[in-house]
Design a protein around this ligand. Structure first.
Ligand code: BDP
Length: 653
C-alpha cells in the first residue's frame, strides 16, 4: 500500500551523534503520544520517569512563550525544550532534529515563535485520483472516487508537514466537482474524520474546499442565494453535521465566481454576502472560511483590450474592505495575475485595512517548470514578503501587513498549493523537495535567508561534502534567474502552451479570452498598465509605489514590460536595447542549464543513485525545453522587430 520510502529531510541516519540517552515529557496532553513516538524514533532513546533525563520536554502553561513556539536550553548536560503548550514542544523537537543534522550541539538558548498564525497547505487533488497542476504522480489521498486510506503514508506526510511547522491543510481541489461536493455529507464524513484524526496527531487542522452551489448540487434546492433563509439553514445543518463528527474541524476554502465556478454574483449578491453566510454557519463551532480573491472575467473578448485582468482582484474586493465577518479570511494570490515567473505583488496587500487575509503561494511549479526544471522558489517568495506596500509609510512590508492588519486578527498567515503526489520521492523532481521544506521554514520565520534554508534542507537530505554543497547551492540559488532568462522576458509572463502551461507558445494566449496578453507587434512589446496611457492598474498601489511603477524611468527593470509597452530599441540601464537583452538572456539561460549538467555530474558520488538519475534525467529535459524556449522567443522577436543580434549568433528565421 505504501509508496513513499523517502523521508525527505527527516533522515534518521543523520542523527547518530547526539548526546541523549533518555528523555522525559512533562505536562503534555493531546500530543503526548506523538512527542513520545517522534523522540523515541528519531533519537532512538526511551522515555523515563527520572527528572535527570538528558532530554526534557516540558509544558509550562504560565510561560509567555507563544503556544506554538518553543525555547531550547542546555545546562548541566541536560537539554530542555519548553513551551506554553505541547504544540510548541512538537515544533521544538523538529528544531532539535535539524540542529543535530548539522552535528552541532545546543550552543545557545534558542527561542522560536511563528510569525504567521495560519501556515497552510492546499491540495488540488481530485477524487478520481488526478491532481490539478500536479507533477508528482497521482493523489496521495484519493483513487477512483474513493479514499485510499493509506494511513502509514498519510502519517508520514503529516510528520513531514509538522516538521516544517504547517498547522492547516485542505485535501481537495478548489475546483470542487460533482462527487466531491458530497465530502461535507454523511456519505464521506467518516472518511474525512479518519484523515482528520491522523493529521490531528501532528497539530494539523483539516479544512475542506466546498462547492458554493452545494445547496443545489447536493441539497436538491433551486438556489444557492446566500440571502435565502433555506440556503442559510442548509449551511447551518451541514456545518453542524461536520462538527458532530469532527469537533476540531478547521472550516472551508471557497473558490467562487471564478473560472466558471458558481458564486454569489449569480444572485446579484456581493462576495461579502456569500462569505459571511458561511462565516455565520461556522462561527458557532469556531470554524473559519478562506474566501479566495482569484476572481476575474475569463470570458473577456480579446478585441476589447481596455480591461485588465491584473486589476480584477482589487477591483472586486477593495470596496468590500470592512464588510467581512471576523472569521472570514480573504485568500489572495501573491501576484495579480497567476503565479508567473515574475509579476508584481498583489496591490490588495496594503490596501485592505479591516479584512483578515492570507497570502497564497504556489509550491507546485505550474508556470515555473512543472518539476522538470530546477526552480528553487524561496527567493521569489522572500521578495514578495519583503515587498514594501507603503501602507503606513516606509517599511510596511507584506509580511508586516499580514501580521498587523486588521488589529484583532488571529488567523492571518500564508497558504500554498502543494507539489506532492504519489511519486516515490513525493515531489517528482527530488530537488523540488526543497520548495516544500523551504515554504514551511520561510513562513514560520520570514527573516531566514534563502541560502540558510537551503543549507538546512541539504543537511537533512544529503550527505554532501562542503564542495558538493557549494555546487548544489550554486545551481539552486540562481535557478530563478536561469529560468527567467530563457522564458518570457522582463515581467510579461505567460507565453506558455495553453491548457497544460508547459513549454513555449508565444501567441498561445494572445488571442484568447483569458486576459493574458503581451501586445507584441513590429514596433514594440509589453502591457501598458499606467494611468497616463494604459489600463490604470498602477493606481491600485499607494502613492510611492504607484509613482515608481508609473514612470518608465523608475520602474524596476525586471517588471518593465509588466507595466509598460516599449519599443525594441528602448535602452536598458545596462546600455543594451530590449531586443538585445532578449537575445542575450535567452542564450545565457540555455548555457546555464548546460552547466547544470556538468555540475550535477560532479555530484555523482555524493548522492544516492536514485537521486542522481532522477535529477540527471530532469536536467536533460530542462535543457531540451530551454532550447525550445530560447529558439522560439528569439526567432519570434527577430521576425517581429527585424533587428539583428549584435553578437551574430544563430537565430532561426
Ligand atoms: C490557475 C490554474 C487553475 C486553478 C486556478 C485557481 O491554472 O488550474 O484552478 O489557478 O487558482 O493557476 O483556482
Amino acid at each position: 500500500m505504501s509508496y513513499h520510502k523517502d523521508f525527505c529531510w527527516l533522515q534518521k541516519k543523520k542523527l547518530k551523534n547526539h548526546p541523549f540517552n533518555n528523555f522525559i515529557i512533562k505536562n503534555a496532553t493531546s500530543l503526548h503520544e506523538t512527542l513520545k513516538k517522534e523522540v523515541a524514533y528519531f533519537f532512538e532513546i526511551s522515555l523515563v520517569e527520572e527528572s535527570e533525563a538528558s532530554l526534557i520536554l516540558e509544558v509550562k502553561e504560565e510561560s509567555s512563550i507563544h503556544p506554538e513556539g518553543y525555547k531550547i536550553t542546555a545546562e548541566n548536560k541536560q537539554v530542555r525544550i519548553i513551551s506554553s503548550s505541547d504544540k510548541g514542544l512538537l515544533y521544538g523537537v523538529y528544531h532539535l532534529i535539524r540542529l543535530f543534522q548539522k552535528t552541532k550541539f545546543v550552543e545557545e538558548e534558542i527561542l522560536s515563535e511563528p510569525e504567521n498564525q495560519t501556515r497552510m497547505i492546499n491540495h488540488w487533488d481530485n477524487f478520481d485520483g488526478s491532481v490539478e497542476r500536479g507533477y508528482a504522480g497521482k493523489s496521495i489521498f484519493f483513487e477512483k472516487n474513493s479514499f485510499r486510506r493509506d494511513d502509514e503514508n498519510n502519517e508520514l506526510y503529516a510528520r513531514l508537514l509538522a516538521s516544517i511547522g504547517i498547522n492547516s491543510l485542505t485535501i481537495n481541489n478548489v475546483n470542487v466537482h460533482k462527487e466531491e461536493s458530497y465530502f461535507i455529507t454523511d456519505k464521506y464524513l467518516n472518511e474525512i474524520a479518519h484523515l482528520a484524526s491522523i493529521f490531528r496527531k501532528y497539530n494539523i487542522k483539516l479544512f475542506l474546499s466546498i462547492n458554493f452551489a452545494s445547496p443545489i448540487e447536493i441539497g436538491n434546492m433551486k438556489t444557492a442565494d446566500p440571502l435565502n433563509e433555506e440556503v442559510q439553514e442548509f449551511w447551518n445543518k451541514v456545518t453542524k453535521d461536520i462538527y458532530d463528527v469532527i469537533p476540531d474541524f478547521g472550516g472551508f476554502v471557497v473558490k467562487a465566481d471564478s473560472e466558471n465556478r458558481p458564486g454569489p454574483f449569480t444572485y446579484g449578491r456581493t462576495h461579502a454576502d456569500g462569505a459571511n453566510m458561511l462565516g455565520r454557519a461556522l462561527k458557532k463551532h469556531d470554524g473559519i472560511v478562506f474566501w479566495r480573491c482569484f476572481v476575474y472575467n475569463n470570458h473577456q473578448d480579446w478585441r476589447d483590450r481596455t480591461t485588465d485582468r491584473a486589476r480584477a482582484a482589487y477591483d472586486h474586493f477593495y470596496e468590500l474592505d470592512g464588510e467581512f465577518n471576523d472569521n472570514v479570511i480573504l485568500q489572495i494570490k501573491n501576484g495579480p495575475m497567476d503565479f508567473q515567473v515574475r509579476e508584481a505583488v498583489s496591490p490588495l496587500f496594503g490596501a485592505l485595512k479591516e479584512t483578515n487575509q492570507v497570502l497564497e503561494f504556489q509550491i507546485t511549479q505550474e508556470y515555473t517548470g512543472q518539476q522538470k526544471h530546477i526552480f528553487y522558489l524561496v527567493p521569489q517568495w522572500k521578495e514578495v514578503l519583503d515587498f514594501d506596500t507603503w501602507m503606513k509609510g516606509k517599511g510596511s512590508t507584506v509580511q508586516k501587513v499580514l501580521k498587523e492588519y486588521p488589529a484583532k486578527q488571529k488567523n492571518n498567515g500564508i497558504t500554498a498549493v502543494v507539489n506532492v503526489g504519489r511519486d516515490e520521492n513525493w515531489t517528482g523532481h527530488k530537488l523540488a523537495q526543497a520548495n516544500l521544506f523551504g515554504y514551511g521554514r520561510l513562513i514560520w520565520d520570514p527573516s531566514l535567508s534563502s541560502d540558510s534554508i537551503l543549507e538546512e534542507w541539504m543537511n537533512g537530505t544529503f550527505e554532501l561534502s562542503s564542495n558538493g554543497k557549494e555546487i548544489l547551492k550554486s545551481m539552486m540559488l540562481n535557478s530563478w534567474d536561469t529560468y527567467e532568462k530563457y522564458t518570457s522576458p522582463l515581467g510579461i509572463g505567460w507565453m506558455v502552451e495553453p491548457g497544460h502551461h508547459y513549454g513555449p507558445n508565444i501567441d498561445g494566449y494572445e488571442y484568447s479570452m483569458w486576459g493574458t496578453y503581451h501586445f507584441s507587434d513590429s514596433k514594440g512589446l509589453g502591457v501598458d498598465r499606467t494611468v497616463a496611457t494604459g489600463t490604470g492598474y498602477t493606481r491600485q498601489y499607494h502613492d510611492e509605489v504607484f509613482e515608481q511603477y508609473e514612470d518608465v524611468a523608475t520602474c524596476p527593470e525586471e517588471l518593465l514590460l509588466f507595466f509598460h509597452h516599449l519599443p525594441y530599441n528602448y535602452q536598458l540601464k545596462s546600455g543594451k536595447t530590449i531586443i538585445q537583452h532578449i537575445y542575450d538572456t535567452h542564450f545565457e539561460g540555455y548555457e546555464e542549464v548546460e552547466r547544470y549538467q556538468v555540475k550535477w555530474k560532479s555530484l555523482k558520488n555524493e548522492v544516492d543513485e536514485t537521486t542522481y538519475l532522477n535529477v540527471k534525467e530532469r536536467i536533460k529535459e530542462q535543457l531540451q525545453s530551454a532550447r525550445e524556449w530560447r529558439d522560439q522567443i528569439n526567432t519570434y522577436y527577430y521576425r517581429k522587430a527585424g533587428i539583428q543580434d549584435k553578437k551574430g549568433r544563430t537565430i532561426y528565421s
